[in-house]
Design a protein around this ligand. Structure first.
Ligand SMILES: NC(=O)c1ccc[n+]([C@@H]2O[C@H](COP(=O)([O-])OP(=O)(O)OC[C@H]3O[C@@H](n4cnc5c(N)ncnc54)[C@H](OP(=O)(O)O)[C@@H]3O)[C@@H](O)[C@H]2O)c1
Length: 254
Protein backbone atom coordinates (compact mmCIF):
# COMPACT_ATOMS: atom_id res chain seq x y z
CA UNK A 1 0.00 0.00 0.00
CA UNK A 2 1.05 3.60 -0.58
CA UNK A 3 2.68 5.50 2.27
CA UNK A 4 1.13 8.88 3.12
CA UNK A 5 3.70 10.68 5.25
CA UNK A 6 1.12 13.17 6.54
CA UNK A 7 -0.90 10.36 8.17
CA UNK A 8 1.95 9.51 10.55
CA UNK A 9 0.88 10.24 14.15
CA UNK A 10 -2.77 10.91 13.27
CA UNK A 11 -5.41 9.72 15.74
CA UNK A 12 -7.99 7.59 13.93
CA UNK A 13 -11.20 6.07 15.25
CA UNK A 14 -12.48 3.21 13.07
CA UNK A 15 -15.98 2.08 14.01
CA UNK A 16 -16.78 -1.57 13.37
CA UNK A 17 -13.15 -2.66 13.23
CA UNK A 18 -13.66 -6.09 14.77
CA UNK A 19 -14.18 -7.57 11.31
CA UNK A 20 -13.97 -7.11 7.55
CA UNK A 21 -13.48 -3.66 6.05
CA UNK A 22 -13.08 -1.95 9.42
CA UNK A 23 -10.41 -4.40 10.51
CA UNK A 24 -8.47 -3.88 7.28
CA UNK A 25 -8.83 -0.11 7.68
CA UNK A 26 -7.57 -0.15 11.27
CA UNK A 27 -4.49 -2.15 10.27
CA UNK A 28 -3.89 0.02 7.19
CA UNK A 29 -3.95 3.23 9.27
CA UNK A 30 -1.68 1.61 11.85
CA UNK A 31 0.82 0.80 9.08
CA UNK A 32 0.87 4.52 8.27
CA UNK A 33 1.94 5.18 11.88
CA UNK A 34 -1.47 6.24 13.20
CA UNK A 35 -2.84 5.73 16.71
CA UNK A 36 -5.96 3.64 16.03
CA UNK A 37 -9.14 3.28 18.06
CA UNK A 38 -10.37 -0.25 17.41
CA UNK A 39 -14.09 -0.49 18.04
CA UNK A 40 -16.28 -3.58 18.40
CA UNK A 41 -19.81 -4.28 19.55
CA UNK A 42 -20.52 -8.03 19.81
CA UNK A 43 -17.29 -9.55 18.46
CA UNK A 44 -14.76 -8.83 21.20
CA UNK A 45 -12.38 -11.51 19.93
CA UNK A 46 -12.32 -9.78 16.54
CA UNK A 47 -11.57 -6.45 18.18
CA UNK A 48 -8.74 -8.01 20.16
CA UNK A 49 -7.30 -9.56 17.00
CA UNK A 50 -7.43 -6.18 15.22
CA UNK A 51 -5.72 -4.48 18.15
CA UNK A 52 -3.02 -7.16 18.15
CA UNK A 53 -2.31 -6.39 14.47
CA UNK A 54 -2.43 -2.64 15.13
CA UNK A 55 0.02 -2.91 18.02
CA UNK A 56 2.40 -4.99 15.94
CA UNK A 57 3.12 -1.87 13.85
CA UNK A 58 1.84 1.13 15.84
CA UNK A 59 -0.36 1.90 18.85
CA UNK A 60 -4.06 1.91 19.63
CA UNK A 61 -6.83 1.11 22.06
CA UNK A 62 -9.86 -1.17 22.21
CA UNK A 63 -13.35 0.28 22.66
CA UNK A 64 -16.84 -1.24 22.82
CA UNK A 65 -20.15 0.39 21.94
CA UNK A 66 -23.50 -0.30 20.38
CA UNK A 67 -23.48 2.39 17.69
CA UNK A 68 -27.29 2.66 17.85
CA UNK A 69 -27.13 3.94 21.43
CA UNK A 70 -26.52 7.65 22.02
CA UNK A 71 -24.93 7.29 25.48
CA UNK A 72 -22.63 4.48 24.35
CA UNK A 73 -21.45 6.42 21.31
CA UNK A 74 -20.82 9.50 23.45
CA UNK A 75 -18.69 7.38 25.79
CA UNK A 76 -16.89 5.75 22.84
CA UNK A 77 -15.73 9.10 21.49
CA UNK A 78 -14.86 10.42 24.95
CA UNK A 79 -12.81 7.31 25.81
CA UNK A 80 -11.01 7.42 22.46
CA UNK A 81 -10.11 11.10 22.89
CA UNK A 82 -8.80 10.55 26.41
CA UNK A 83 -6.65 7.62 25.22
CA UNK A 84 -5.40 9.32 22.04
CA UNK A 85 -5.27 12.96 23.19
CA UNK A 86 -7.56 14.09 20.37
CA UNK A 87 -9.17 12.93 17.15
CA UNK A 88 -8.02 13.62 13.59
CA UNK A 89 -9.87 11.05 11.46
CA UNK A 90 -13.26 9.41 11.98
CA UNK A 91 -14.05 6.34 9.89
CA UNK A 92 -17.80 5.71 10.12
CA UNK A 93 -17.68 2.07 9.03
CA UNK A 94 -19.89 0.12 11.49
CA UNK A 95 -23.01 -1.20 9.81
CA UNK A 96 -24.74 -4.27 8.52
CA UNK A 97 -27.81 -5.53 6.67
CA UNK A 98 -29.00 -7.51 9.74
CA UNK A 99 -30.99 -9.93 7.50
CA UNK A 100 -32.60 -10.11 4.09
CA UNK A 101 -36.24 -9.10 4.55
CA UNK A 102 -38.84 -8.07 2.00
CA UNK A 103 -40.41 -4.67 2.57
CA UNK A 104 -43.83 -6.34 2.34
CA UNK A 105 -43.15 -8.54 5.36
CA UNK A 106 -40.82 -6.33 7.37
CA UNK A 107 -41.75 -5.32 10.91
CA UNK A 108 -41.45 -1.71 12.02
CA UNK A 109 -38.84 -2.80 14.59
CA UNK A 110 -36.64 -4.30 11.90
CA UNK A 111 -36.96 -1.21 9.71
CA UNK A 112 -35.98 1.03 12.64
CA UNK A 113 -33.07 -1.24 13.52
CA UNK A 114 -31.63 -1.12 9.99
CA UNK A 115 -31.72 2.67 9.97
CA UNK A 116 -30.33 2.90 13.51
CA UNK A 117 -27.46 0.54 12.70
CA UNK A 118 -26.44 2.15 9.42
CA UNK A 119 -27.58 5.76 9.67
CA UNK A 120 -28.15 6.87 13.25
CA UNK A 121 -24.72 5.38 14.01
CA UNK A 122 -23.06 7.76 11.52
CA UNK A 123 -25.03 10.74 12.80
CA UNK A 124 -24.20 10.02 16.47
CA UNK A 125 -20.50 9.33 16.00
CA UNK A 126 -20.12 12.43 13.85
CA UNK A 127 -22.00 14.67 16.25
CA UNK A 128 -19.88 13.62 19.24
CA UNK A 129 -16.65 13.71 17.22
CA UNK A 130 -17.26 17.13 15.73
CA UNK A 131 -15.89 19.29 18.57
CA UNK A 132 -12.63 17.30 18.43
CA UNK A 133 -12.43 17.33 14.62
CA UNK A 134 -12.87 21.12 14.72
CA UNK A 135 -9.75 21.36 16.87
CA UNK A 136 -7.70 19.21 14.51
CA UNK A 137 -9.28 20.33 11.20
CA UNK A 138 -9.75 16.62 10.76
CA UNK A 139 -11.77 14.57 8.32
CA UNK A 140 -14.48 11.95 8.10
CA UNK A 141 -14.82 8.97 5.80
CA UNK A 142 -18.26 7.36 5.74
CA UNK A 143 -19.02 3.92 4.32
CA UNK A 144 -21.92 3.73 1.89
CA UNK A 145 -22.86 0.88 -0.41
CA UNK A 146 -23.50 0.15 -4.06
CA UNK A 147 -26.93 -0.89 -2.77
CA UNK A 148 -27.47 2.79 -1.95
CA UNK A 149 -27.17 3.52 -5.67
CA UNK A 150 -29.22 0.73 -7.23
CA UNK A 151 -31.57 -0.41 -4.44
CA UNK A 152 -29.72 -3.59 -3.50
CA UNK A 153 -30.25 -7.30 -4.18
CA UNK A 154 -33.22 -9.30 -2.88
CA UNK A 155 -34.35 -8.37 0.61
CA UNK A 156 -31.92 -5.49 1.09
CA UNK A 157 -34.18 -2.59 0.08
CA UNK A 158 -34.28 -0.80 3.44
CA UNK A 159 -30.56 -1.36 3.99
CA UNK A 160 -30.07 0.23 0.55
CA UNK A 161 -32.27 3.17 1.58
CA UNK A 162 -30.26 3.65 4.78
CA UNK A 163 -26.97 3.60 2.85
CA UNK A 164 -28.37 6.06 0.33
CA UNK A 165 -29.12 8.33 3.29
CA UNK A 166 -25.48 7.97 4.35
CA UNK A 167 -24.44 9.13 0.87
CA UNK A 168 -26.59 12.25 1.26
CA UNK A 169 -25.52 12.83 4.87
CA UNK A 170 -21.97 12.94 3.56
CA UNK A 171 -22.87 15.83 1.28
CA UNK A 172 -24.81 17.63 4.02
CA UNK A 173 -21.94 17.21 6.49
CA UNK A 174 -19.37 18.26 3.91
CA UNK A 175 -21.25 21.54 3.33
CA UNK A 176 -21.81 22.23 7.02
CA UNK A 177 -18.31 21.35 8.23
CA UNK A 178 -16.26 22.90 5.41
CA UNK A 179 -15.95 26.23 7.28
CA UNK A 180 -14.13 24.31 10.05
CA UNK A 181 -11.71 22.83 7.51
CA UNK A 182 -13.28 19.38 7.96
CA UNK A 183 -13.65 17.25 4.83
CA UNK A 184 -16.29 14.50 4.60
CA UNK A 185 -16.30 11.81 1.93
CA UNK A 186 -17.76 8.34 1.34
CA UNK A 187 -16.32 5.09 0.08
CA UNK A 188 -18.98 3.08 -1.71
CA UNK A 189 -18.07 -0.63 -1.77
CA UNK A 190 -19.52 -3.14 -4.22
CA UNK A 191 -19.42 -6.80 -3.21
CA UNK A 192 -16.54 -7.14 -0.77
CA UNK A 193 -15.65 -10.61 0.52
CA UNK A 194 -16.12 -10.26 4.28
CA UNK A 195 -18.23 -11.88 7.00
CA UNK A 196 -21.07 -9.65 5.71
CA UNK A 197 -21.56 -11.73 2.57
CA UNK A 198 -20.75 -15.00 4.35
CA UNK A 199 -23.89 -14.17 6.35
CA UNK A 200 -26.14 -12.66 3.73
CA UNK A 201 -25.20 -14.16 0.32
CA UNK A 202 -24.78 -17.72 -0.92
CA UNK A 203 -21.46 -18.77 -2.49
CA UNK A 204 -23.33 -19.08 -5.81
CA UNK A 205 -24.54 -15.50 -5.65
CA UNK A 206 -21.06 -14.23 -4.78
CA UNK A 207 -19.59 -16.15 -7.70
CA UNK A 208 -22.24 -14.80 -10.07
CA UNK A 209 -21.52 -11.21 -9.00
CA UNK A 210 -17.79 -11.78 -9.53
CA UNK A 211 -18.48 -13.04 -13.07
CA UNK A 212 -20.67 -10.00 -13.82
CA UNK A 213 -18.04 -7.58 -12.51
CA UNK A 214 -16.01 -6.02 -15.36
CA UNK A 215 -12.73 -6.45 -13.46
CA UNK A 216 -13.64 -10.12 -12.94
CA UNK A 217 -13.61 -10.53 -9.16
CA UNK A 218 -15.23 -9.44 -5.94
CA UNK A 219 -13.43 -6.91 -3.76
CA UNK A 220 -11.31 -7.40 -0.67
CA UNK A 221 -11.43 -5.40 2.53
CA UNK A 222 -7.96 -4.05 1.64
CA UNK A 223 -9.32 -2.68 -1.67
CA UNK A 224 -11.61 -0.45 0.40
CA UNK A 225 -9.09 0.37 3.14
CA UNK A 226 -6.57 1.82 0.70
CA UNK A 227 -9.17 4.24 -0.66
CA UNK A 228 -9.95 5.32 2.91
CA UNK A 229 -6.25 6.10 3.39
CA UNK A 230 -6.24 8.24 0.27
CA UNK A 231 -9.41 10.15 1.26
CA UNK A 232 -8.01 10.79 4.74
CA UNK A 233 -4.63 11.93 3.44
CA UNK A 234 -3.44 15.35 2.30
CA UNK A 235 -3.49 14.01 -1.27
CA UNK A 236 -7.28 14.44 -1.10
CA UNK A 237 -7.21 17.89 0.51
CA UNK A 238 -9.46 19.50 -2.14
CA UNK A 239 -11.99 16.65 -2.16
CA UNK A 240 -15.11 16.88 0.00
CA UNK A 241 -18.73 15.72 -0.31
CA UNK A 242 -17.54 13.14 -2.84
CA UNK A 243 -17.75 9.39 -3.06
CA UNK A 244 -15.39 6.83 -4.50
CA UNK A 245 -16.93 3.56 -5.63
CA UNK A 246 -14.80 0.47 -4.97
CA UNK A 247 -16.63 -2.15 -7.00
CA UNK A 248 -14.54 -3.35 -9.96
CA UNK A 249 -16.97 -1.66 -12.37
CA UNK A 250 -19.99 -3.59 -11.07
CA UNK A 251 -22.01 -0.38 -11.08
CA UNK A 252 -20.88 2.67 -13.02
CA UNK A 253 -22.44 6.12 -13.09
CA UNK A 254 -21.76 9.07 -15.38
N1 LIG B 1 -19.02 -6.41 2.47
C1 LIG B 1 -19.64 -5.74 1.51
O1 LIG B 1 -19.82 -6.24 0.38
C2 LIG B 1 -20.14 -4.34 1.76
C3 LIG B 1 -20.66 -3.64 0.66
C4 LIG B 1 -21.12 -2.34 0.85
C5 LIG B 1 -21.05 -1.75 2.09
N2 LIG B 1 -20.56 -2.48 3.14
C6 LIG B 1 -20.51 -1.79 4.44
O2 LIG B 1 -19.19 -1.83 4.94
C7 LIG B 1 -19.21 -1.76 6.36
C8 LIG B 1 -18.37 -2.89 6.94
O3 LIG B 1 -18.97 -4.12 6.51
P1 LIG B 1 -18.14 -5.49 6.44
O4 LIG B 1 -18.35 -6.07 5.10
O5 LIG B 1 -16.77 -5.29 6.94
O6 LIG B 1 -19.04 -6.34 7.46
P2 LIG B 1 -18.66 -7.16 8.78
O7 LIG B 1 -17.42 -7.93 8.55
O8 LIG B 1 -19.89 -7.89 9.15
O9 LIG B 1 -18.35 -6.02 9.88
C9 LIG B 1 -19.39 -5.20 10.37
C10 LIG B 1 -18.84 -4.38 11.52
O10 LIG B 1 -19.87 -3.50 11.98
C11 LIG B 1 -20.02 -3.66 13.38
N3 LIG B 1 -21.40 -3.44 13.80
C12 LIG B 1 -22.55 -3.95 13.27
N4 LIG B 1 -23.61 -3.53 13.98
C13 LIG B 1 -23.15 -2.73 14.97
C14 LIG B 1 -23.74 -1.99 16.03
N5 LIG B 1 -25.07 -1.98 16.25
N6 LIG B 1 -22.94 -1.28 16.85
C15 LIG B 1 -21.62 -1.28 16.67
N7 LIG B 1 -20.97 -1.96 15.71
C16 LIG B 1 -21.74 -2.67 14.86
C17 LIG B 1 -19.58 -5.09 13.68
O11 LIG B 1 -19.19 -5.20 15.06
P3 LIG B 1 -19.34 -6.57 15.94
O12 LIG B 1 -19.17 -7.73 15.01
O13 LIG B 1 -18.25 -6.44 16.95
O14 LIG B 1 -20.71 -6.51 16.56
C18 LIG B 1 -18.42 -5.25 12.71
O15 LIG B 1 -17.25 -4.71 13.29
C19 LIG B 1 -20.68 -1.79 6.77
O16 LIG B 1 -21.13 -0.48 6.98
C20 LIG B 1 -21.35 -2.40 5.55
O17 LIG B 1 -22.70 -2.03 5.46
C21 LIG B 1 -20.11 -3.75 3.01
Amino acid sequence: MAVYEDLRGKRVLVTGSSSGIGQAAAVAFARQGCFVGVHYFQTRSGGEETLRQVKAVSDGCLLCADMRDEKQVERLVRDFVSAAGGLDILINNAGTMLARESIEEMTLEFYEDVFATNCRSVFLATRFALQHLKQSSGCIVNVGSVAGHHGGGGGSGIYAAAKSAVHMMTIAMAREFAPYGIRVNTVVPGLIETRFHERFSTPERRQKVAQETPLGRNGTAEDVAKVMLFLASREADFITGEYIAVNGGLYMRA
